[in-house]
Design a protein around this ligand. Structure first.
Ligand code: XIL
Length: 463
């Protein structure tokens, strides 16, 4: 080998060596870091678990995320990319009976792999009940009662913010309109159960009481029945057929039915409805009898039958007429409870008026349902924003009615139901039914799912 050949050979060997060795200046392409595989958690307790994963070749460390939602939009404190060099880490400081999710990334220098698969872990134990939730506080009372809310089928989507609040706060539901005659009865002997079934199933699946509303109401008569051209006796048979079908369909799935709603007018007379005109004053009793018979025939001998009406605390003529109807039904053992709608305002009714009205029903041994509570603060359209003064007045009024209800004897308690929980979902603002002239804020939550002072008032009423 001459000198030239030696130099060439030297450069050849050197350049080959420098290809296989990292000299610190030129990064050497290694294989990309593999995505780690997260394996099942171990040592699960009520406040901790051990997260496990399979090691990845070449990884120097691992990053562990733990979240309470499987999209990892937030992280459990201390577990946002927690670094660990082993194949396991103890996760602690958790809450009992809660679902947690974890995932792992591998790390080498600045290189980070993709996220692993997600592992779900449910801690053991019993969930701590938050006493600032209405139903939790009501359930803890010496004489508990259902805290109800009116719902619409389209609101009941598992996992939504609405669904979370509903399940946290309420132990009973009432359909706001989808269990009325108009939406269910599409013709003689034909029914649309879709929305009503969804509501009842939601209650049944989630351990939430279902109060059914309402079989007979002059404001929800389907056109085919309004325009019925048969005889009065045939009309009565249609009503009987409807009540029988609906009570049978939901037997064992609902705890109670409002059978007749608002049968008394504001002068204290029987309201002049198609039912009164075609069936005569005995129609109320007939409807209750048909409902009772259908329930018994379906094997539900515990169904509670309610009469439901509004403004009875302030309108004494109306109150008297309602109690005359109640007495008549009671004499035939056809009524179990009375619903007081309580579409109130921050000024009315007065405490003593509500107490006197409700106590009349207590004296008759009836179950009491405050069935549609909401409290208007702008019934005269004199405010354009929800003022602090009205907030506090509304809070006091919620507290007052809850206190009245909570003081009832155990045997008379059934449910206190609010007519929706978010202001922007209330029927009150600009309601043509009510002649409500402007905006309003009648419920317990604002439009952003934040509790209002009204909610605090409700809670204080349970003290
Ligand atoms: C109302 C609902 O809130 C509205 O959404 C619907 O359009 C009409 O009915 N008394 C009752 C309830 O018994 O059924 C009414 O609900 C409100 C007045």
């Amino acid at each position: 080998m001459n000198y030239k050949q030696i130099v060439t050979a030297f450069f050849l060997v050197f350049s080959l060596l420098s290809c296989s060795k990292d000299d610190g200046n030129t990064p050497v392409p290694l294989n990309a870091l593999a995505t780690p595989f997260a394996s099942t958690a171990s040592n699960v307790t009520n406040t901790s678990f051990q997260a496990n994963w399979v090691l990845v070749p070449g990884a120097e460390s691992y990053l562990i995320d733990v979240s309470t939602d499987n999209s990892f939009s937030t992280f459990v404190t201390g577990y946002d990319a927690l670094s660990n060099s082993g194949s396991t880490v103890a996760i602690s400081g958790l809450s009992p009976a809660m679902a947690y999710y974890y995932r792992i990334r591998a790390k080498r220098g600045v290189e980070v792999s993709n996220n692993s698969n997600v592992i779900t872990v449910k801690t053991t134990g019993v969930a701590a009940e938050d006493p600032t939730f209405l139903k939790v506080k009501a359930n803890a009372l010496a004489n508990p009662f259902f805290v109800g809310v009116a719902v619409k089928a389209q609101q009941l989507n598992t996992g939504s913010a609405y669904d979370v609040v509903l399940k946290n706060e309420f132990s009973s539901i009432t359909a706001e309109y989808e269990m009325k005659m108009d939406p269910i009865s599409t013709g003689s002997g034909t029914y649309n159960w879709v929305a009503a079934d969804k509501i009842v199933k939601y209650g049944n699946d989630n351990g939430i009481n279902v109060h059914a509303h309402v079989l007979v109401w002059h404001n929800a008569v389907p056109n085919w029945l309004k325009d019925f051209s048969g005889t009065d006796a045939e009309f009565a048979l249609e009503v009987k057929k409807y009540i029988t079908a609906v009570v049978t369909h939901f037997a064992g799935k609902v705890k109670s039915w409002d059978v007749v709603n608002e049968a008394v007018d504001d002068n204290g007379n029987m309201r002049n409805t198609v039912f009164l005109t075609k069936m005569g004053p005995n129609y109320i009793k007939d409807c209750y009898q048909w409902a009772r018979d259908a329930a018994n025939a379906a094997g539900d001998t515990n169904l509670l039958l309610f009469y439901n009406d509004y403004a009875t605390s302030t309108n004494i003529n109306k109150q008297n007429k309602v109690f005359a109807i109640v007495d008549d039904l009671k004499a035939s053992n056809l009524i179990d409870g009375l619903g007081f709608q309580m579409h109130n305002t921050y000024l009315s009714p007065a405490k003593t008026q509500m107490e006197a009205d409700i106590n009349r029903a207590v004296a008759k041994g009836l179950k009491i349902h405050v069935s549609e509570l909401d409290i208007q603060v702008n019934q005269n359209n004199d405010i354009t924003t929800f003022t602090n003064e009205r907030k506090l007045a509304q809070k006091d009024k919620y507290k007052e009615i809850v206190k009245i209800y909570n003081a009832l004897p155990a045997a008379n308690k059934y449910a206190l139901t609010v007519w929706g929980f978010k202001d922007n979902e209330s029927w009150i603002p600009y309601s043509t039914d009510l002649n409500h002239p402007g905006n309003d804020w009648p419920l317990l939550y604002d439009n952003n799912f934040e509790i209002k002072s009204a909610h605090t008032g409700f809670l204080e009423g349970l003290d």
